[in-house]
Structures are given as C-alpha cells and as structure tokens.
Design a protein around this ligand. Structure first.
Ligand code: AMP
Ligand code: ZN
Length: 117
C-alpha cells in the first residue's frame, strides 16, 4: 500500500533504525540525516517516514507530508546556520536518483554554481 514501509528500501531501514545514520532532526513525519557521501560541508537528506518513491509521488499522495519535508529543509539550514543553501530532489536515473524513497538533499556551506551538472 502507498506509504507503507518497503522491505528492500534503505531509507525505510534508516527510519526503522535497523541501519545506522547520523540523524540530525526527527519529527512525527520526517527524519533528517547526514549524507554518507557528502557533496558539501552541509549535506543532509530530509525524508518522509512514509515510503513514496519520489517527490512527485509524495506530493500527489500526501501533500501535508511533502510540506513537512520542505519545512524541515529550512530547519536543517537553520541548525547549520546556512543563509544560502540548495534543496534538490532528483527524480529518475537520468537525474541521478539512486534511492527510491523520497529525499530532499540540503546542500550548503560552500559556493555553488548554476546550472548544476
Ligand atoms: P539520490 O542519488 O538523489 O537518490 O541520493 C541518494 C543519496 O543517498 C546519495 O547522496 C547517497 O550518498 C546517499 N546515501 C546512500 N546510502 C546512505 C546511507 N546509508 N546513509 C546516508 N546517506 C546515504
Ligand atoms: Zn522507503
């Protein structure tokens, strides 16, 4: 069923606590943890606790939780005292998505270029 934990999902396992992560924030609906392969001094992933494969699926099925994820990106930036930061949702392999559980990358602490690669 949509939103239910998936046995083969890495981020569902982080939510369940069966795989360790450096968790920086948690709410009733979200978890934020440091990316294992950071691309900037701050690189935190904000995920919904419920399993949806990407941001579009989350927004369509559970818009309130999508809003919770976005609100948490600002909270992460506040905790790391970032005035400027980038939020990225990769969707699909062509955009670099490798984990099929919605996640917002919060990147900051260094200068960034536009357009991204
Ligand atoms: P994406 O490529 O947008 O799907 O992002 C997946 C992200 O998850 C990558 O930046 C990975 O470095 C990160 N990642 C993979 N495994 C872990 C893990 N066990 N703990 C924290 N971050 C992870
Ligand atoms: Zn999942």
């Amino acid at each position: 069923m949509a939103g239910e934990p998936q046995d083969d999902c890495l981020f569902c396992k982080i939510v369940a606590g069966t795989i360790p992560a450096t968790i920086v924030r948690e709410t009733d609906t979200t978890v934020a943890f440091r990316d294992i392969n950071p691309q900037a001094p701050t690189h935190v992933l904000v995920i919904p606790k419920a399993h949806y494969p990407d941001a579009a699926a989350l927004a369509a099925a559970a818009p309130q939780i999508a809003a919770d994820v976005l609100r948490e990106t600002q909270a992460v930036a506040d905790e790391d005292k970032l005035e400027s930061y980038r939020v990225v949702f990769n969707k699909g392999p062509g955009a670099g998505q490798t984990v099929w559980h919605t996640h917002a990358h919060v990147l900051g602490g260094r200068g960034m270029e536009w357009p991204p690669g």
